[in-house]
Design a binder for this molecule. Structure first.
Ligand code: CP
Length: 357
């Protein structure tokens, strides 16, 4: 199934899971648009590949090998919404694979400022680059652009690096990788309790991760938020359909002792419909500090997609359970693995790893 074989309206109206076959080619991801396009086998495969890449990158010979893989490819980083981690980790990932990189980080510096449509902008990028990694505040735009390019003479892959308040699939991939690594000696993600805290309504990282966790057995998902910031009904419908155990809670401290992972988030006030709307909501009960660590299991972990504000006190940064810095670095390795898979050089990496280690 190819995106060039389906009308935009028909594709757009498909259930998220029905979209998945249109986004993969030859058993590899092509466009990366939604978390729901990945199944458990693909998550395990990408995570294992990321770990192999980490090992290979430890030696100069390994780095030379990785840099040789995509040295003839060019990538466009089209970020019209602010980013530090996603932008830099994708850039670092592309550099590790030897790609040459172009970027637009502000639409006011591109011809969009003169009224050029997104469609024309992206088709222009595809004339010069072999892959477009894009972040946008417009929900669904990455999907539309993928469809446009798949129906053009230069069908290059689109990677969604965050779209609207809806999807952040590559963040969810690195979050799963972090959970897998953290629970490696504890039977993996199956059977764990994952507690999401904060602005879950508008947190695209939470929405994408909650969907990916459906792939694991007996995971209990707890959503802790003030009413206004509680997780969306569309995600709950997906969990219900999959028979996933979940709880909607407002008392953070009472669930903390049961958590295997606590996933903190900041208030996403960039999505406020009127200025100061979020500031009216008391989030003081949805923060974590040194006293709260006493309530947590010794082997539980604290995650955050970052950037943070005050929801994680800096005085817990050195606790062994604070996973957010390692989580951020994991993002680079997973993104190397993802780009290698998109360009179908992942088998070369497995072969090199098999011969060398
Ligand atoms: N986690 C994340 O998306 O961070 P940035 O907004 O800094 O890219």
């Amino acid at each position: 199934m190819r995106l060039s074989e389906i009308a935009w309206e028909s594709f757009h109206n498909l259930d998220v899971y029905a979209k998945a076959p249109y986004l993969h080619e030859h058993g590899h991801p092509f466009h990366v648009l939604i978390a729901e396009q990945f199944d458990r086998a693909q998550l395990d495969e990408l995570s294992a590949l990321a770990t192999q890449i980490r090992f290979i990158a430890k030696s100069d010979d390994g780095m030379d090998f990785l840099r040789s893989l995509l040295r003839n490819k060019r990538v466009m980083l089209y970020f019209s919404q602010p980013s530090t981690r996603t932008f830099l980790s994708f850039r670092a990932a592309c550099q590790i694979l030897g790609m040459r990189i172009g970027d637009v980080r502000d639409s006011s510096t591109s011809s969009e400022f003169k009224g050029e449509s997104h469609e024309d902008s992206v088709r222009t990028f595809s004339s010069y680059f072999d892959c477009i990694i894009m972040r946008t505040k417009i929900g669904g735009l990455a999907e539309k652009m993928a469809w446009v390019l798949s129906n053009s003479e230069r069908p290059v892959p689109i990677v969604n690096a965050g779209s609207g308040s809806d999807q952040h699939p590559t963040q969810a991939l690195l979050d799963v990788y972090t959970l897998l690594r953290s629970f490696e000696a504890r039977g993996g993600i199956d059977g764990k309790t994952i507690v999401f805290v904060g602005d879950l309504a508008r947190g695209r990282t939470v929405r994408s991760l909650a969907s990916l966790l459906i792939n694991y057995k007996d995971v209990r998902q707890c959503f802790v938020a003030p009413d206004r910031f509680q997780i969306g009904k569309d995600i709950l419908a997906r969990l219900n359909a999959a028979g996933v155990k979940y709880e909607l809670l407002s008392d953070f401290k009472s669930i903390l002792p049961e958590a295997d992972a606590v996933y903190m988030t900041r208030v996403q006030d960039e999505w406020d419909s009127e200025k100061g709307e979020s500031a009216k909501i008391d989030i003081s009960r949805y923060c974590i500090g040194a006293n709260d660590l006493k309530l947590m299991r010794p082997n539980a972990i604290i995650m955050h997609p970052l950037p943070r504000r005050k929801e994680i006190s800096t005085d817990i940064d050195h606790d062994s359970r604070a996973m957010y810095w390692r989580q951020m670095r994991n993002g680079m390795w997973v993104r190397v693995a993802l780009i290698a898979a998109i360009f179908e050089v992942d088998n070369k990496i497995r072969e090199y790893h098999g011969k060398t280690y």
